[in-house]
Design a protein around this ligand. Structure first.
Ligand SMILES: [Zn+2]
Ligand SMILES: [Zn+2]
Length: 221
């Protein structure tokens, strides 16, 4: 509501070139640097962004495709998405992810649920909005199949602590719809990968045939 009012009075401009119509125009989106294909867990180069053989026994995620590098205009659009200009930011970021998955087959797109306290403050889940934009492009349905049980706080926690906090933090809502499906798990920004790993675990436990991750960028700070 507020966002549509803002859009009436201040049309969106590309945050990179200033062109009118979108927070990130198609031309600027196409010129973003592609992220190297790495194993999301150990960060070694890995063709097709597959989980490397050494990491495979620690995670059920087949791989995580990272669309671009977390710098410049990408950071600006992600911030816009998180702080107020939700739909205007989600569209171009979803299209960015969709470009990388166009030729791959998935049955369902599942967004990572945001930590509930933060989502309540915002009133929306950025990952869900991006998943919606990916869905529009790929013609694959979104199922908000994942919920959070607790309110685990990740800020400042080290990798091991984060993983311990996250264990048991997620659950699958309608497990019947997950069974036998190949799933594209969508989030905005990848940090440690602990959240994606835990989400993949519960989806596989619920019977998903395979789970692959897709994120806009990786923030290694
Ligand atoms: Zn532009
Ligand atoms: Zn690895």
């Amino acid at each position: 509501m507020l966002e549509s009012l803002i859009a009436i009075f201040a049309p969106h401009h590309c945050l990179a070139c200033g062109g009118e119509g979108s927070l990130l125009c198609g031309e600027c989106r196409d010129s973003l640097p592609p992220h190297p294909e790495i194993c999301y867990r150990c960060h070694r180069l890995s063709p097709g962004a597959r989980t490397c053989p050494a990491c495979r026994r620690h995670t059920p995620l087949r791989g995580v495709r990272i669309a671009t590098v977390y710098e410049g205009v990408t950071v600006e659009v992600v911030k816009a998405l998180k702080f107020g200009r939700a739909r205007a930011g989600a569209g171009p970021l979803g299209r960015l992810i969709a470009e990388q998955h166009r030729t791959l087959g998935f049955d369902l797109i599942v967004p990572v649920p945001s930590a509930s306290s933060r989502q309540r403050q915002r009133g929306y889940n950025p990952a869900e909005l991006i998943a919606g934009a990916v869905s529009d492009r790929l013609g694959v349905s979104v199922l908000t199949a994942l919920g959070r049980t607790g309110q685990s706080r990740q800020v400042g926690a080290r990798r091991r602590e984060r993983i311990e906090q996250l264990a048991g933090a997620f659950y699958v809502r309608p497990p019947r719809e997950i069974e036998g499906r190949s799933i594209l798990l969508v989030d905005d920004v990848l940090t440690t990968g602990a959240t994606l790993t835990e989400c993949a675990k519960v989806l596989r436990t619920a019977g998903a045939r395979s789970v692959e991750g897709a994120v806009v960028a990786r923030n290694n700070n």
